[in-house]
Structures are given as structure tokens and as C-alpha cells.
Design a protein. Structure first.
Length: 547
């Protein structure tokens, strides 16, 4: 605050008001997804935004309830009864915050960079369908059993079509019309807020609260300190869910910060932002709030509205506080169908058809990972299963493709402008020196392939030059295969020379005993000139040949 410039105040206030117009109805709606009263969505907004003002790292990112995290929370708490629901929700939020802080402090949060894009697309698409189908019963005004399985929900909706409430459907259509129409007229119109206010006024004016489901129990109170019960059994039960939701939160933050960096040129320290998210969730757990993450919609609106600092987020929280204190008598008339329609529109916007087409058409790897993650998301009762299973499948596919190595035979011509040429391995018999170029990662997964390739190239009484300049990684499993090959060559009156050796490669080879076995004279180090060390090795090989 000491560095805060007063000239930025009007921009931050304006941005705060703009974000509040979207965040207010959205976050009430997200509370419905979580399975709690809409007031808890506003509690979460207030607590998270105020804390983020002090511990956030980005000038533009706005935190709060999000569609992805809301569905993940509800998915984790599917079988929890109403009497214990809020307590477990607070405990789960606390665990998420604590895990995020630990992951950030240990810098393990950076691992989210390695979650494939196809996993995120599959998860987001599946969640969008779950959210949309899950809100159809609210829009139709039906009371049906719901579960986090897409097919189960669709069956229940079809089975219960006889109980449609046409007042509810009408208000839902009105909400959608106002929202879409307002956006088309002008992007400056607070479409989300207007789409809630107009149906609310209709319900209030015509006494429709007895004919459609409304918010009704809306308290004018602000979030209060609430110490939940710590239960070791519940902590063990929800640990996997807490970890997966922590990772999902980081993924959202990563996506938003990268997007905002491209727009604003502001560089954000990701690890600090991750730790800040953990602190925010930790605070939320003690003030009747649920887990949050960065909100893409609100963050983009905040940037577009001209926010200069994180203080804009504080003003958004202030507007929500004033809304609760001044307008709570009217909020109880907000129809649930309007909130559900708003959620449905948000869910639709989550489906990126262009992105899905690219994932399905560009590579077979991405197509498989996307389909596995998507089908797991819509089929299983737990979203953390989809996250873990999608990542597991992608890792399996990666490992499957890394068992191949780059193994090339080369020919050296002293009188040519391009002295090193690829050589046909079938013509090795007439060569005294066999030059083999190794590249890529030589690790346990490719050790068998390396062994087979070396054995196929083996001939008695030959001098082998292994060029290793382009080897990035080597482990003990592949070093053992090299050692066996070297022993085999020496037992059959041959020689082995290594060229293009870096300091990084030399150390493990020396520690294992390879250097001692072939002698330092046969080790040729890489330098700034490509193939220079290989030329030296070839000259040394010619010396062996002449002797």
C-alpha cells in the first residue's frame, strides 16, 4: 500500500464493480453445484478476494468459486449426508489449502506443467457436460435423484419428465434470453446480473415464490469464524480428493497467469501464486467458505475493465458485502432456475469445439488421452479418478514411445565436404572402424533396445566408436548394457572409443568404471565444434588399425 498510486484508484474501483456484476450471480450459482446454499458462494467470494488482495501475486487475477473446483468438491462429497456436509466441506477445503502450501514450498507445484493439455481438455469437456446435465432438473423444476454419472442423470431426467414445472421452464428461458440478448446488444451491459434481477423482480411482483423454487433462506450476515471438526478418519478418506483438487486449482492458476502474461506482459512468480492460493483456501476453511481457484471469466473481465492492481479485487469483495447487507430481503426471491440457467450457459462456454477437434485430429497420443479422461470424467463418481487416470494413461503412452532409441551407423569420408554420412548397417563387414551415433535419452525403458542394436552391430576384431554428443540422459541400466558390450568387444580383439562426451556424461561413466575399462586415452570430449571429437576418435582408430 505504501507504493500504491492514488491515480490508480478510479481504475481499480471501476474494475471491481465490473467484476462484481459477474461474480455475484455466478458464485451464488456455483454454490448450488457444490451442494450448499447460495449465500456460501458469496461468503467464499468475500473471504477469498480480501485475502487474495494481500497474498496474491498477479495484479489482474481474480479468485473465487469456479466451475471446475465446484464440481470436483461436489464429486468428492457425493455420499456425505446433509448433517455433516458443511463440516466435511470445510475440512476438505482446509486440506486443499494445506496441500497447496506444502506443494508450493517444496516447489512440487511446478509438476502441473507436465499434465498434458489433452487431459485438461478431456476433463473440462466432461465436467461441462456434467454441470449442464446436472442443472437441467433445476431448470425443469423437477426433484430427481442426482449423481455424478452423466448417464445416470440423463436417465433420471427422462424418467421424471412428467413432473415438469412450466413456471420454472419459463423463467429459465427468460433468464437465458436476457443473458444472451444483453451480450449481443452491448458487452458493457452486466448480462449475468441483469439475467438474475429481472426474473427475481417477476417472482417478487407476481408472487411466484410458491410456484417455483427460490433461494428463500438467504441470510443478511457476513462470514464468521467457524472452527470445524478435525477427524483423522475423514482426513485419510478425502486425502486423494484433496490432492487432485489442489492440482486442478494449480492448473487453473497456471492457465490464467499464462493468458494474462500474454495480454499484459506482467511476469508472475508462479510458485508464490500457488502458495498464495493455499493460504487463501486455508483462510476460507475457517470462514464458512469452500475451496477456490483463479477464475478465468472474472480475471479477464478485471483486466479488460482496466484494473491496475490487486486492490480492484478488494473492491469486488466490498460490493458483494454491500449487496448482502442492503439487498438481502430481495435476494430470497431469486429463482433457482435462473441460477441453474446461468450455470448451464457457463458450462456451455467451457466446451471449446476447436480445441477438441485439434486434440482428436493432430496426434493419436492426444486423442487416446483425451478420450480416456473424458469417458472417465462422465462415468465415474469421482473426478479425482479422471485426473489420475488421465495422467497415468499419458505417462504409460510416453514410456511406451521412449523405449525406442536413436541408433545410427555413420561413415567417415576424409576427402568430402560432408565427411560424416549415414551408413547402411549391412555393409559393416568391410569396415575396420564402426562409427555408431547415439542420441536422445538412454534410460531403463530403452535399455533392451540399446542391447539389441549393439548386438546386431557387433563384429569380431573391430574398433567401435560410440558418438554420444546428443545423448541427453543416461542411467545405470543403460550403462550396464554399454559395459557388457565393451567387455564383449575386448574379448574378441576389438577396441571401443567414446566421442562427444560431456562432463555430465563423463561422471556416471567414470563412477561405474567404464572410463577405467577403456582408458582415458579413448575418451574424446565434446567442444564447440561438432564432430571434432569424433574426428579425433577416428584418427585414434586408424592408429589402432595401422598397429
Amino acid at each position: 500500500m505504501k507504493k500504491y498510486k492514488f491515480k490508480n484508484l478510479k481504475y481499480d474501483i471501476s474494475a471491481g464493480l465490473s467484476v462484481a456484476a459477474i461474480a455475484l450471480p455466478q458464485n451464488m450459482a456455483y454454490a448450488l453445484i457444490v451442494g450448499v446454499d447460495p449465500i456460501y458462494g458469496l461468503y467464499t467470494s468475500i473471504v477469498s478476494m480480501i485475502v487474495a488482495t494481500f497474498v496474491g501475486n498477479s495484479s489482474y487475477m481474480v479468485v473465487g468459486p469456479t466451475n471446475l473446483i465446484s464440481v470436483a468438491l461436489a464429486s468428492a462429497l457425493t455420499n456425505i449426508g446433509p448433517d455433516n456436509y458443511l463440516n466435511i466441506l470445510s475440512l476438505l477445503t482446509f486440506m486443499i489449502g494445506l496441500l497447496q502450501i506444502l506443494l508450493g514450498v517444496l516447489q512440487l507445484s511446478n509438476l502441473v506443467k507436465y499434465v498434458p493439455h489433452s487431459v485438461i481438455v478431456g476433463l473440462t469437456t466432461g465436467i461441462a457436460l456434467l454441470i449442464g446435465v446436472g442443472q437441467i432438473s433445476n431448470i425443469l423444476g423437477m426433484e430427481i435423484d442426482s449423481g455424478f454419472n452423466l448417464f445416470f442423470n440423463i436417465y433420471n431426467i427422462i424418467y421424471g419428465l412428467g413432473g415438469i414445472n412450466y413456471y420454472s421452464v419459463g423463467l429459465g428461458v427468460l433468464t437465458w434470453t436476457v443473458m444472451i440478448g444483453s451480450k449481443r446488444i452491448s458487452p458493457k451491459i452486466p448480462a449475468y446480473l441483469l439475467a438474475i434481477l429481472i426474473p427475481m423482480l417477476l417472482v417478487y411482483s407476481f408472487g411466484l415464490s410458491s410456484k417455483v423454487a427460490v433461494v428463500d433462506n438467504f441470510s443478511a450476515s457476513l462470514p464468521k469464524f467457524n472452527l470445524f471438526e478435525f477427524n483423522i478418519d475423514q482426513i485419510n478418506k478425502f486425502f486423494a480428493s484433496a490432492l487432485s483438487i489442489s492440482i486442478l486449482g494449480f492448473i487453473q492458476v497456471l492457465s490464467i497467469t499464462k493468458f494474462l502474461e500474454d495480454k499484459s506482459s506482467e511476469e508472475v512468480e508462479l510458485n508464490k501464486e500457488f502458495i498464495g492460493q493455499g493460504i487463501i483456501n486455508l483462510c476460507c476453511s475457517f470462514f464458512s467458505s469452500f475451496a477456490i481457484s483463479g477464475s478465468f471469466t472474472n480475471s479477464f473481465t478485471n483486466y479488460q475493465a482496466g484494473a491496475k492492481t490487486r486492490v480492484a479485487e478488494f473492491f469486488t469483495a466490498l460490493v458483494i458485502i454491500l449487496f448482502i447487507l442492503l439487498l438481502s430481503p430481495f435476494v430470497k426471491y431469486v429463482p433457482i432456475t435462473s441460477l441453474a440457467t446461468l450455470v448451464l450457459v457457463v458450462a456451455y462456454s467451457m466446451i471449446d469445439v476447436k480445441d477438441i477437434k485439434q486434440v482428436l485430429n493432430v496426434t493419436k497420443f492426444d486423442m487416446i488421452v483425451f478420450l480416456v479422461t473424458f469417458l472417465t470424467t462422465i462415468s465415474t463418481p469421482r473426478l479425482d479418478y479422471a485426473v489420475y487416470f488421465g495422467v497415468l494413461v499419458s505417462l504409460t503412452l510416453v514410456l511406451r514411445h521412449t523405449d525406442k532409441i536413436s541408433f545410427t551407423h555413420m561413415h567417415y569420408q576424409t576427402d568430402s565436404e560432408y565427411p560424416f554420412l549415414q551408413h547402411n548397417p549391412k555393409d559393416l563387414e568391410d569396415k575396420k572402424e564402426i562409427l555408431i551415433n547415439l542420441a536422445g535419452n538412454l534410460h531403463f525403458n530403452s535399455a533392451k533396445e540399446l542391447k539389441n542394436q549393439l548386438n546386431e552391430s557387433f563384429l569380431k576384431g573391430k574398433t567401435f566408436i560410440l558418438r554420444m554428443r546428443d545423448v541427453d540422459v543416461i542411467d545405470i541400466t543403460t550403462i550396464k548394457e554399454l559395459d557388457k558390450f565393451i567387455e564383449k568387444v575386448y574379448k574378441n580383439n576389438g577396441e571401443v572409443l567414446l566421442s562427444g562426451i560431456s562432463t555430465k556424461l563423463y561422471k556416471p561413466l567414470s563412477n561405474f568404471g567404464i572410463v577405467e575399462k577403456i582408458s582415458k586415452e579413448n575418451i574424446f570430449f565434446a567442444n564447440s565444434y561438432y564432430f571434432s571429437s569424433t574426428k579425433e576418435a577416428m584418427n585414434k582408430a586408424n592408429h589402432y588399425k595401422n598397429n
